[in-house]
Design a binder for this molecule. Structure first.
Ligand code: ACO
Length: 320
């Protein structure tokens, strides 16, 4: 038995911040941002919360799946910007939607989070422990950003994407997933410093720090490598893949991956222009757009591939 996606949904905050808006806050401009990243605008949460966006995306996915919330057995939320240290976002989403008896936990793998959530749900379902699962990638990453740092504040956006999985005889085919802490320091957002009876630390929270070029080099090397690894592992010809749905960090990274794989760029859909890098939410937001506008058809083979802080990366092969 394997996991099959039977419903998807997405939710983004109402407020749009354009590149021109950012140029009023830091020394930057639309030309610099769009040529280097492909990003033209992003959504930024004002009233919205991580759990609220996650629940809205999940509600739409459940509706499309014709699945009653009370029937969901497992909820996994991939996020690095939860509303609370605890309770976890999965429990807040369950409460909001009326999911009463499911196991629920959050998972932290930064921009690779949704892929790790999918692989984890698949493992539980293949083991026969659960018949279905709700998986969500969600971020209000705008609160982790130093809005005075032009090298990072132009890149990110908020949003959520969700998928309902059910066991079936087709769907999830295989995956590869990796991590390597050796370069952990190229992309970080530290939590509070130790501060207790024994040590006095700075109690303030930290912001995202990134060595952009290191992240770029990592992504354009590891993503094609892991896609090749997955194709080889499954004996799949790359020509048989209809779409490569990559984490939407930067259009130049995606174009470069397409080139390295010697595939047409049309097979690598993008929406980074509209949302920026929404970290764990980017793959399921794009997946939902493609599902709802008819680009994904039954029987299509697609590869999802994520990469991000950790460093973490991986790919999954699905038959739609
Ligand atoms: N506007 C204008 N100028 C800027 C900006 C900005 N927003 N940000 C940096 N600059 C300046 C720098 O200060 C530097 O100026 P200097 O030459 O006077 O020192 C110059 O632009 C070049 O800076 P670089 O950092 O070398 O620019 P680069 O061409 O590498 O582009 C970028 C930076 C877009 C971040 C690139 O490195 C990149 O795409 N990296 C990938 C990182 C990524 O996508 N991260 C997303 C999160 S990680 C993830 O999702 C996996």
């Amino acid at each position: 038995m394997t996991a099959r996606i039977i419903g998807t949904g997405r939710a983004v905050p109402a407020e749009i911040i354009t590149n021109d808006d950012l140029a009023k806050v830091v020394e930057t401009n639309d030309e610099w941002i769009s040529t280097r990243t492909g990003i033209r605008q992003r959504r930024v949460a004002k009233e919205e919360t991580t759990a609220g966006l996650a629940a809205e995306a999940a509600r739409k996915a459940l509706e499309q799946a014709c699945m009653a919330p009370e029937d969901i057995q497992l909820v996994i939320v991939a996020t690095c910007s939860s509303d609370y240290f605890f309770p976890n976002t999965a429990c807040l989403v369950a409460e909001e939607l009326g999911i009463r008896h499911a196991a629920g936990f959050d998972l932290s793998a930064a921009c690779t989070g949704f892929l790790y959530a999918l692989n984890t749900a698949q493992a539980y379902m293949a083991a026969g422990m659960y018949k279905n699962a709700l998986i969500i990638g969600v971020e209000t990453i705008s609160k982790l950003i130093d809005w005075k740092d032009r090298s990072t504040c132009v890149l990110f956006g908020d949003g959520a994407g969700a998928a309902v999985l059910e066991t079936g005889d087709r769907g999830f085919l295989d995956m590869v997933q990796h991590s390597d802490g050796e370069k952990a320091d190229v992309l970080t957002c530290r939590t509070r410093a130790m501060n207790n009876l024994l040590v006095s630390g700075d109690p303030s929270l930290d912001y995202i720090k990134m060595e952009g070029q290191e992240v770029f080099k990592f992504a354009v090397k590891k993503v094609p490598e892991c896609i090749e690894e997955l194709l080889e592992k499954t004996g799949t010809a790359r020509e048989d893949i209809k779409y490569f749905i990559l984490h939407q960090a930067n259009s130049r990274i995606i174009s470069s991956v397409a080139k390295r794989l010697k595939m047409e760029e049309e097979k690598f859909p993008m929406n980074v222009n509209l949302y920026g890098n929404t970290s764990a939410a980017s793959i399921p937001i794009l997946l939902d757009e493609m599902n709802r506008d008819g680009r994904l058809q039954r029987g299509d083979k697609i590869i999802l591939s994520g990469f991000g802080a950790g460093l973490t990366w991986g790919a999954a092969l699905l038959e739609w």
